[in-house]
Design a protein around this ligand. Structure first.
Ligand SMILES: [Fe+2]
Length: 141
């Protein structure tokens, strides 16, 4: 596996862990922990989406000659996740643990499906067709 793709997959796992931490903090609920966990989740998602949207997807679109293929679907799903995160932030501010947990359930399912599509379909396509993938994502943390 290229190190660039490894980095993106690691970012996916970091998002999963941040989400699990947030869900765990709601069992008490511990609102200080939830606030910290939410910020970690937001940072992790933002870092991953930015790397994909600003580096990986444009490189794939250039090779594919179109921005209307799988990357359009992935960008759309990022938008869906961001909308769910916005809802979750409101429930966090209102300290409604049940509503927040329900929102996170939806977010979790969507994110799992999305990341699986990237890891099983899009990333292998990028690895096969995008030249200089490691350099492209060299500074992504
Ligand atoms: Fe993605």
């Amino acid at each position: 596996m290229s190190s660039a793709i490894e980095t993106l997959v690691r970012q996916h796992r970091d998002c999963d862990q941040a989400l699990e931490g947030l869900e765990a903090s709601l069992r008490q609920p511990d609102w200080d922990a939830a606030t910290g966990a939410f910020a970690r989740l937001e940072d992790a998602l933002q870092g991953n989406f930015t790397a994909e949207e600003e580096r990986l997807f444009p490189a794939f679109e250039q090779v594919a000659g179109s921005a209307g293929g799988p990357t359009a679907v992935m960008r759309h799903e990022h938008g869906d996740v961001r909308a769910l995160l916005d809802n979750a932030r409101e429930w966090l501010q209102l300290r409604d643990a049940n509503a927040l947990a329900a929102e996170l359930d939806t977010l979790s399912v969507l994110l799992q499906q999305h990341n699986l599509k990237e890891e099983n379909v899009l990333f292998p396509m990028c690895r096969a067709h995008v030249p200089g993938l490691d350099a492209l994502l060299a500074n992504v943390g």
